[in-house]
Design a protein around this ligand. Structure first.
Ligand SMILES: C[S@@+](CC[C@H](N)C(=O)[O-])C[C@H]1O[C@@H](n2cnc3c(N)ncnc32)[C@H](O)[C@@H]1O
Length: 370
């Protein structure tokens, strides 16, 4: 009898089903909604593939018992299996390899110390935007290798006792050169450590993630890649700019506005197409040049454009104007990196859809009046 414990002879708990593993949450009928909330929290931190891991344990249980006479040794074996490489194989959908690796581990006299690198996208800044997988791997890694774009709020979520290695990547000031970072990851994994390489946004979007796993792949070091919310989608969402709203854009281009010899090497003809949104990473220093070139190559000077500063973070600011006005709107504003630029008719929608923080106050009068 719902909501009347006195009339009940049994209570249905909230269930987290990772068969054969089953978790029940019950408040003894006192607060069913609370039990449901706790269940939702547990659901989010216990990977769906835990059931498969439990099935693997069941499969090898008798063999492990026969192989290790001492309970301590058995426990040690299972801890290595359930928290290490074999579990990760299961979570990556590589079940056959996980079973084979367990066979090998059982046959080996000494436990193998194979490390692994997790190349993890940490999203644009707001810790709420981490994926479950990113969080789990951050909390299991022995070493954290991170750079400037990873916010302290995110680092706080990593395992407390994990070693932390800062590798910089300030603009024009890399604490470690890219090759040194690649080498570091490989060396740490070879020591048998679980390395979480935390990167801002998505590791494969202007993140040099491909280079970092290149060395690992060449040296046969296991790795996995966890996608993150890239700055373009994170900033657009938090600025209220639907990048491909179908009334305005059929395509969206991500480009880097990095300056080389004071110019931008971009395919201007491809960029300056109608019904297209352009997202420019690393474009603040070259903002003047960017807007000028876009106008010169045929985009209207009145095309809406926005600059998002420290997107998705509490201090996010959004400056909206047009290609003609954005540079002067931003000048003298003491802008702090990182910043992202969005150009296209969709920027106009921010006036209606802006929802996060105090950014609305930064709306340019030009846009408001249109
Ligand atoms: C080296 S790229 C790395 C991009 C990252 N891999 C990603 O997917 O977002 C760094 C650039 O991303 C953009 N960016 C990253 N996080 C941002 C944020 N929170 N707000 C605005 N721009 C951001 C900036 O343009 C910054 O210069």
């Amino acid at each position: 009898v719902v909501d009347n414990p006195k009339l009940c002879s049994f209570i249905m708990p909230a269930i987290i089903d990772r068969s054969p593993l089953m978790i029940a949450v019950s408040s003894g009928g006192a607060a069913p909604v609370f039990a449901r909330l706790v269940r939702a929290r547990l659901e989010s931190t216990i990977p769906a593939a835990y059931g498969k891991l439990a099935q693997l344990s069941e499969h090898f249980r008798a063999q492990v018992k026969a192989r290790f006479a001492q309970a301590n040794d058995r426990r040690g074996f299972w801890e290595r299996v359930l928290q290490g490489r074999i579990a990760e194989l299961i979570f990556s959908g590589r079940e056959a390899e996980a079973y084979a690796a367990t066979e090998t581990a059982l046959a080996a006299a000494e436990p193998a110390t194979v490390g692994e690198v997790y190349l993890v996208g940490a999203g644009p800044g707001d810790p709420d935007l981490l994926t479950f997988r990113a969080l789990r791997l951050m909390q299991q890694a022995d070493v954290l290798v991170y750079d400037r774009l990873v916010s302290s709020a995110i680092l706080d979520l990593a395992r407390r006792d994990a070693e932390r290695i800062y590798v910089g990547k300030e603009r024009n000031f890399h604490t470690l050169r890219q090759e040194e970072i690649n080498r570091l990851l490989a060396d740490l994994a070879k020591q048998g450590r679980r390395v979480c390489r935390l990167k801002g946004g998505d590791p494969f979007i202007f993140g040099r993630g491909g280079e970092e796993i290149d060395t690992l792949a060449a040296e046969g070091i296991p790795f996995q890649v966890v996608p993150g919310i890239t700055a373009a989608t994170g900033c657009a969402a938090y600025a209220g700019i639907p990048l491909t709203h179908r009334d305005y854009a059929q395509a969206c281009m991500f480009v880097t506005g990095h300056l080389k010899d004071n110019s931008m090497n971009l395919n201007w003809a491809a960029l300056c197409q109608p019904h297209q949104t352009i997202v420019i990473y690393m474009g603040l220093t070259g903002l003047d040049i960017l807007c000028k070139e876009l106008i010169e190559h045929g985009l209207p000077a009145v095309l809406p454009a926005a600059l998002i500063e420290q997107g998705t973070l509490p201090q996010q600011r959004v400056f909206s104007g047009t290609l003609a006005t954005l540079p002067s709107l931003v000048a003298g504003q003491d802008i702090r990196a990182p910043t992202l630029i969005i150009v296209g008719e969709v920027v106009r929608l921010r006036a209606k859809f802006g929802w996060y923080g105090a950014g609305q106050t930064a709306l340019s009068p030009i846009l408001r009046d249109r």
